[in-house]
Design a protein around this ligand. Structure first.
Ligand SMILES: Nc1ncnc2c1ncn2[C@@H]1O[C@H](COP(=O)(O)OP(=O)(O)OP(=O)(O)O)[C@@H](O)[C@H]1O
Length: 380
């Protein structure tokens, strides 16, 4: 899975093949529960799109419907502009890489990769060439004759990837393919997978509950909750402009502070000024005077200082300091009992000790403001 200069072209989809996926009003129910609820989504040909959300939000069900392992109760699914609802899974121009590799233990690596092509009675010489190409792409070329039982988890997952690529799918569906790997290996595979996707130009639809994984690889991210799309956007857009408090809370380490909009546009919380913005603040926050709002500010946007900064800041007591390697993390408990997390680059951190009175300050640009949740939403 490197950016090989001589890319094995016979495994890549021809660039003119349309690998777009269109979901129109797709719904899936299991008994009384609606796993996927009227989803409309256009996946562009050749893009890396991630479906991101907490456990049970419907990501896997959506992927399984594209693959053909589940049938929707309503709606349509088009691949390359053609409905695939009546096409059985093995005839759809898509392939899936699962969380568990499910390799045949009694076959060699090459035989595992060749298996699907043999079933389809592809000529022997073509199988050999395509298997070689697929193993080369997944950097497993030198393991062709090995038994899968003698491979590490990461290597087995590469074989599973080769087994999918050998079919030359227009769309590759990946269901948490790296969740069994340790962190370091996962980070390496993330880089390789992204490079491979660029090299092949195949559409990737990648399911994950790991926001860092989605941010590092995707062109666009779909954030899902309760079977519905909360937000669809580019990685930077999702990070910088979360559309809802749910998305804000799911991406990055977020602090939430409840506040009340003031007539001058400022936002005031129990412990201080959340937003000191005067001029266009009401418009920007779309909060009317007296309205309760929930402000969100990322850990990396909060500076912790011993003296009161100018602008927006709340006071509290420094309850904890931990070294995270690339950041120092502070836990500050405000006088009203709110816990705020700050992450500061070590080079920019002040010398502070636990128990000190401190200020948490931020720039108003770093603040996202949402409607305050209803009390019953809060309980749920
Ligand atoms: N075969 C099934 N029978 C009954 N309920 C199901 C079935 N498959 C999924 N569900 C339910 O549908 C909902 C969505 O499940 P799904 O597996 O799609 O979520 P997910 O976001 O992929 O979660 P995870 O990250 O845990 O895999 C869940 O409430 C789940 O319990």
């Amino acid at each position: 899975m490197t950016t090989a200069t001589s890319s094995p072209s016979s495994t890549a989809s021809p660039p003119d093949q349309d690998g777009s996926v269109r979901l129109q009003g797709v719904t899936k129910r299991f008994g009384d529960a609606t796993a996927v609820d009227r989803i409309d989504l256009d996946v562009h040909s050749g893009e890396f799109l991630s479906l991101l959300g907490p456990s049970g939000c419907g990501k896997t069900t959506l992927l399984r419907m594209i693959a053909g392992f589940e049938q929707p109760d309503a709606g349509d699914i088009l691949v390359g502009g053609t409905s695939v609802l009546r096409t059985p899974p093995h005839k759809r121009p898509v392939n899936t890489v699962f969380q568990s590799y499910a390799l045949f233990p009694h076959m060699t690596v090459a035989e595992n990769v060749a298996y699907g092509l043999r079933q389809k009675r592809v000529p022997r010489a073509e199988i050999a060439q395509r298997v070689r190409d697929a193993l080369e792409l997944s950097r497993m070329g030198s393991f062709a004759d090995r038994s899968p039982q003698k491979l590490s988890g990461g290597q087995q997952q590469r074989v599973a990837l080769a087994r999918a690529l050998v079919n030359r799918p227009r769309v590759l569906l990946l269901d948490e393919p790296m969740s069994a790997l340790d962190r370091k290996l996962r980070e390496e595979m993330q880089i390789e997978l992204k490079l491979l996707q660029r090299q092949l130009g195949i559409t990737f639809v990648f399911v994950t509950h790991d926001q860092q994984e989605a941010l590092s690889m995707s062109d666009r991210i779909v954030v899902m909750q309760g079977g519905r799309i909360e937000q669809l956007g580019g990685t930077e857009e999702i990070y910088a402009n979360p559309a809802t408090a749910f998305v804000a809370g799911f991406i990055g380490k977020q602090n939430f502070i409840d506040a009340v909009a003031q007539p001058d546009g400022a936002l005031l919380a129990a412990d201080g000024v959340v937003s000191a913005a005067q001029a266009d603040a009401l418009v920007r926050h779309s909060a009317r005077p007296g309205e309760r709002v929930r402000a969100a500010v990322r850990a990396e946007a909060i500076a912790v200082t011993a003296s009161q900064p100018t602008g927006s800041a709340v006071a509290g007591t420094l309850a904890g300091i931990s070294f995270l390697g690339d950041a120092i993390q502070y836990v500050v408990v405000t006088d009203s009992g709110l816990e705020l997390i700050s992450r500061v680059a070590p080079s920019r951190a002040e010398q502070l000790t636990t128990g000190a009175r401190v200020w948490c300050g931020w720039s108003d640009d770093a603040l996202h403001v949402f409607a305050a949740p209803e009390p019953d939403e809060e309980a749920a």
